[in-house]
Design a protein around this ligand. Sequence first.
Ligand SMILES: NC(=O)c1ccc[n+]([C@@H]2O[C@H](COP(=O)([O-])OP(=O)(O)OC[C@H]3O[C@@H](n4cnc5c(N)ncnc54)[C@H](OP(=O)(O)O)[C@@H]3O)[C@@H](O)[C@H]2O)c1
Length: 207
Amino acid sequence: MSSISFIGLGGMAGAIAARAVEGGNSVELIGRDAAKAKGLAAELGGGATTGTFGAVPAGDIVVLAVPYTSAVPVVTQYGDALAGKVIIDISNTFNADATGLVTPDGTSGAQEIAKAVPASAHVVKAFNTVFGHVLAQGRPLDVFFAGDDARAKAGVSAFIESLGLRPLDVGGLEMARWLEGVGPLLMGLARNGAGTFDIALSLDLPG
Ligand SMILES: NC(=O)c1ccc[n+]([C@@H]2O[C@H](COP(=O)([O-])OP(=O)(O)OC[C@H]3O[C@@H](n4cnc5c(N)ncnc54)[C@H](OP(=O)(O)O)[C@@H]3O)[C@@H](O)[C@H]2O)c1
């Protein structure tokens, strides 16, 4: 069991948090709208609590569940309150029509977030390759993740397993750019070959 805080209260936070409660994790919900956080906590049940936006989160793992455009400003506002935390960056960084990325070559959203958090915090990229509405269906999905710190990654991997999902490590944080590139890929598949947004990417392993 892990202790998890969510910053952001939208569709992704709700979908991951619901599975987190089901998986027996201790869940804290934090948003800029305290009433909305309380409402989501009540909806989720399972002892989910709420925290104060900008204060030290209760969870060892913090899921940053805000749009990428808000992610760096939010962690900058948190500052030292995120010291020592494992921060899961779930953001997609694609542009308005989902054909490219807003981050320049040679970096990624996750790496930009990592530059903005305290040195003792560890950023792990995960969950951006799954649709929130598909997560909410409770299907067993693959969750690809990337990060530099082995302990942080082990914690995130255990958390992903507790959600009934398969964690798959793609390497260091420099690989986050390619995970972020999966965002437009998934959108292109949904709009074209698959013809539905009710899809998920998975790895086919032998035997
Ligand atoms: N939707 C998907 O299927 C999907 C899949 C993979 C990854 N993602 C990523 O997951 C993240 C969240 O997506 P979502 O679909 O959950 O979005 P969403 O439903 O629009 O929710 C975004 C949340 O972020 C909060 N927020 C935005 N700017 C903020 C700021 N400056 N300070 C504090 N809170 C702020 C919003 O607060 P209010 O509630 O106060 O408006 C809201 O609770 C995004 O980075 C997205 O790229 C989404």
